[in-house]
Design a protein around this ligand. Structure first.
Ligand SMILES: Nc1ncnc2c1ncn2[C@@H]1O[C@H](COP(=O)(O)OP(=O)(O)OP(=O)(O)O)[C@@H](O)[C@H]1O
Length: 717
């Protein structure tokens, strides 16, 4: 008879009579075929019941009394282990470090906002996003007690973290209080987490999501991601001498959720009819335009922007270099919009499309809120330093929708790393960790002066430093220019949207028939997942059915010779325009953007190759962008500097000219200073207006190329 070290309120004798042999046989089978990781023996309830369906009631017993059953099963495990591998003192002591973790219990999955006091001491299974993670600490798990009176030694498993363990000698004629021998006790890793209800599984996504504190035993350190947790609901006094408790979850089985696409794709490839529908859709001409149009039905117009956003959701091809590093497949898009044209509506719509898509408005989030924060907060264990994943981390594998984007230089490097290498390194407060940010960025902001001015460079109109600006594949200025026809269309659209949402008689916002196929938001989402993961390559199906998807084996479309030729010729022709003293029209970044967008378009057509049509569309989108942000009306030429963060070359030339004028005037004057009036007059001879002189002097002072030792006078630095 085994004796657990916990006061039992269940009949262990009866439990063992009924189940011990089958549990022992199950453990023996597992031990002989698997190694034990991390000192955790995972008791897979679902797997156990598949071998012993006749005792399915054991699942409910475990759910109702997990702590007691964990103790009993541990001692059965210990007996079995020693039967198999020897029962010497050393093995017995070694085994003290082991733990039992329950996984895949049946019928106890809950949403975080459903976990309450009725679940105390019961097993629950829930999923959520890690919003806070403390550093890994050591927990006294198996306390060793020694009786100073009679020398008796005994062990006690610690389940309740918030009461320090005590023990009295269980020798008959002793009963003295035992003392804790910390050196002979055994410890395990423990990490405190805060896990939040995912919005996509909330009844009302607009409610504030609830979170719960979880203590993860045997943690290797997990700081972000969506996780499945199996644990026991515990209670902790909130205040001494008050019978009021806070609830938390103690767990030793947490699993990073499978990648979202994988779960969705598995549902899709098991639905032959759905796949046939989508393969039919993929064959339609202009399928990309059609689906892009219906992606954000509540916003009228901006078809090119919607197409780019639709393609961004599909993502480029998964490619690895020989050293295993991955080429960025995400396209980042920046919308610079006049007020009130619908950017927030677009971003929120995309953020709600998939669980991996996340929304943040920089006016509320700090820089760390975008990448990750390491802050000191009240924690139950550890020294208070916690990691709080930001929107780029929460959007891993999805899209980070960043509204009101403004970036101060001091946080730029973090965002640059997140967007380019798609990871962020954290090393603060004793926490040193790398978090994945494999997300596309869909950012939007208003121009500083309220309206976008095509004569000015982008960098002059928004608060985004140039190194960051050059990471965006596409920059679209959306201007609110009064236009009778367009205003009528938008007014009609907004009014109809309001009528439909009031009468619930959806037309604009509902599904649309395409050659007998009903296309609604659900189908578009499935289509995006189907094309993004290249599940239309049948040879990929086996990958998605396996436990882990080896992305290196994933089949992707690749550039055909004709597509490659088209992109290369476009790039070379554009570069020719920058020869001599002309501004540089495009750089290699636009070349890579063209490759990524071509791949997205090919996948959006469910094509197994990236063909000329895809390259043409990609070049068209990039040219549309360049026309709006890189075209310099003054010179009539493309100047990528105007778009990607430098001043237009025409403006730079004028500023250089003004510095030359100051230098000349300095040399001619007694006080070696150039008077502003003289600078303006001289500049006028070169066609530089007074306003341009004023702006240039301001910029030159800011960049310390010149300085003003006396009001109205300037000197070259
Ligand atoms: N082209 C459009 N089609 C349909 N609705 C539109 C359009 N433009 C604006 N709206 C409506 O106008 C309102 C303002 O939109 P939204 O808040 O997204 O604008 P915004 O660009 O974020 O404004 P701001 O830049 O000032 O924050 C929304 O209700 C939106 O539906």
């Amino acid at each position: 008879m085994v004796k657990t070290d916990i006061k039992l309120d269940f009949d262990e004798e009866e439990f063992l009579n009924k189940y011990e042999n089958k549990i022992k046989q199950y453990i023996k089978n597992i031990l002989s075929s698997n190694s034990i990781n991390n000192n955790i023996f995972e008791f897979d309830i679902e797997d156990f019941l598949s071998s012993y369906p006749e005792i399915c009631e054991i699942n409910d017993i475990i759910i109702e009394q997990p702590t007691q059953i964990e103790g009993t099963i541990f001692y059965i495990f210990k007996d079995t282990y020693m039967e198999l591998y020897g029962d010497d003192e050393k093995t017995s002591k070694e085994l003290e470090k082991y733990q039992i973790a329950f996984k895949k219990p049946l019928g106890c999955d809950k949403k975080i906002d459903e976990i309450n006091s009725a679940d105390i001491n019961k097993l629950v299974d829930f999923e959520g996003n890690i919003i806070k993670a403390a550093k890994v600490c050591a927990l006294l798990k198996k306390a060793c007690f020694v009786c100073r009176n009679c020398g008796n030694i005994s062990y006690k498993t610690i389940h309740d973290y918030f009461t320090f363990p005590k023990r009295f000698c269980d020798n008959k004629n002793c009963g003295a209080e035992m003392s804790l021998d910390l050196n002979s006790s055994s410890y395990i890793n423990i990490q405190e987490l805060e896990i939040q209800q995912p919005i996509d599984i909330m009844k009302n996504p607009d409610d504030p999501p609830r979170s719960i504190r979880a203590f993860l035993e045997n943690s290797d350190g997990i700081y972000s991601g969506r996780v499945d947790v199996v644990g026991t609901v515990m209670k902790k006094f909130t205040k001494p001498n008050m019978p009021v408790f806070e609830i938390y979850v103690k767990s030793n089985h947490i699993k990073l959720n499978e990648s979202f696409q994988k779960i969705e794709v598995r549902d899709i490839i098991s639905n032959t009819e759905l796949m046939e529908t989508m393969n039919e859709l993929g064959k339609k001409k202009n399928i990309v335009e059609i689906l892009s149009h219906y992606l954000i039905p509540q916003i009228k117009g901006y078809e090119m922007v919607k197409k780019s956003i639709f393609l961004q959701q599909i993502k480029g091809c998964t490619k690895f270099l020989p050293d295993g590093s991955q080429l960025r497949k995400d396209s980042h898009i920046l919308l610079i919009t006049d007020p009130g044209i619908g950017k927030s509506t677009m971003l929120r719509k995309i953020a709600r499309l998939f669980p991996q898509n996340a929304y943040a408005s920089v006016t509320t989030a700090t820089g760390g809120g975008l990448t990750a924060n390491v802050v000191r907060e009240s924690t139950e264990i550890g020294d208070g330093w916690v990691v709080k994943p930001g929107v780029f981390v929460r959007a891993n594998e999805g899209t980070a929708c960043i509204d009101e984007l403004t970036v101060e230089r001091n946080i730029m490097k973090y965002i640059l790393e997140a967007m380019e290498s798609q990871t962020i390194h954290i090393n603060k407060g004793g926490i040193n960790v790398k978090l994945p940010t494999k997300c596309a960025v869909l950012a939007a902001c208003n121009p500083k002066r309220g309206r976008f001015d095509s004569n000015l460079g982008v960098i002059e109109q928004i608060n985004v430093p140039s190194p960051l600006l050059s990471r965006f594949d596409l920059i679209f200025p959306l201007k609110d220019i009064p236009d009778k026809k367009r205003d009528e269309e938008i007014a009609e659209h907004i009014l109809n949207t309001h009528i439909e949402t009031a009468t619930k008689d959806y037309k604009l916002l509902s599904s649309v028939e395409i050659d007998g196929i009903t296309v609604n938001e659900e189908l578009i989402k499935n289509y995006i997942i189907y094309s993004r993961t290249c599940a239309y390559f049948e040879e990929n199906h086996s990958l998605f059915r396996s436990d882990t998807v080896d992305e290196k084996k994933l089949k992707n479309p690749h550039l055909t010779k004709s597509a490659k030729k088209l992109i290369k010729n476009y790039y070379i022709d554009m570069r020719k325009l920058g020869e001599g003293d002309n501004p540089i029209p495009v750089t290699a970044r636009q070349l890579e953007a063209a490759i990524r967008i071509s791949e997205m378009h090919a996948k959006a057509r469910l094509s197994k190759k990236v063909e000329e049509i895809d390259a043409k569309v990609a070049i068209g989108i990039i040219e549309e962008c360049l026309n709006q942000v890189a075209y310099d009306p003054e010179t009539g030429k493309y100047d990528i500097g105007k778009a990607m963060g430098q001043l237009p070359k025409s403006k730079m030339d004028k500023m250089d000219k003004i510095v030359d004028i100051i230098r000349e005037l300095q040399a001619l004057s007694d006080n070696k200073l150039a008077y502003e009036q003289d600078i303006t007059e001289k500049a006028f001879e070169f066609g530089i207006s007074e306003k341009e002189v004023e702006d240039a002097l301001e910029k030159l002072k800011k960049s310390a190329d010149i300085y003003s030792p006396k009001f109205g006078y300037y000197k070259v630095s």
